[in-house]
Write a protein that binds this ligand. Structure first.
Ligand SMILES: Cc1cc2nc3c(=O)[nH]c(=O)nc-3n(C[C@H](O)[C@H](O)[C@H](O)COP(=O)(O)O)c2cc1C
Length: 199
């Protein structure tokens, strides 16, 4: 699958079919690729916890503000970042920022790799971090960045509705300075021209 297709096909799936099983090897293959994400100073500061036990999934669903669909996913992946090595190298402000940005790079990469493997997922960021630490024995100095659900969608899934509400490129792309939606190329023999990025 092309990267473009993975990006455009990925949607948040919140209904999973318990009869359609996911082989854990696929998740390990995803992790094998995620090793290649960019990380500041090439220091990999992330840990991923794969949850398969029903009781733990139920506890996490409760900690995630009662989002019950987390219980129905076959696996949950909890993404954690340890800022210590980044802070040591880059100082408090940049180190904390890099630790979290790297987690974001990993999360989106995991979602795309799961999509490539025809697996469904959802990025879940609404949860009580302290409760998550207690459930999973995560040390206090480690950030709990996200939960990713993994499974195969059920027939009732309505994922994809969000695709009709994506922003246009004009809404977020500027050229050369904030707010400028025109690309003004260098002078040409035929004279200056402006190109509005809307096609
Ligand atoms: C930082 C972040 C936190 C999110 N948290 C949740 C969440 O707690 N529960 C949920 O169902 N979806 C969550 N989502 C998924 C978004 O709701 C979803 O990406 C958005 O509605 C666009 O839909 P799409 O993913 O199908 O394109 C989160 C996404 C991001 C990036």
């Amino acid at each position: 699958m092309k990267v473009t297709d993975a990006i455009e096909k990925r949607v948040s799936v919140r209904h999973y079919d318990p009869n359609l099983k996911v082989n854990v090897d696929k998740i390990l293959d995803v992790f094998d690729s995620v090793r290649h994400i960019p990380v500041a100073g090439n220091v990999f500061n992330l840990k991923f916890i794969v949850i398969s036990e029903q009781a733990v999934k139920d506890a996490i669903a409760e900690a995630a503000l009662q989002q019950s669909f987390l219980s129905d996913a076959q696996f949950l992946i909890v993404i954690c970042s340890n800022p210590d090595s980044c802070v040591l190298r880059y100082g408090e402000e940049l180190g904390q920022k890099y630790a979290r940005q790297q987690a974001g790079a990993a999360i989106q990469s995991i979602l795309l790799l799961l999509t490539e493997k025809r697996l469904d997922s959802c990025w879940v960021g609404a949860f009580d971090e302290e409760k998550m630490r207690r459930i999973l024995y995560i040390p206090d100095n480690v950030n709990v960045e996200a939960i990713i659900t993994v499974g195969k969608r059920s027939a009732v899934e309505t994922a994809g509705k969000s695709q009709t509400r994506k922003p246009t490129v004009e809404a977020f792309a500027f050229f050369n300075k904030w707010g400028n939606v025109y690309l003004v190329p260098p002078k040409r023999p035929t004279g200056d021209y402006e190109l509005f990025i809307g096609r």
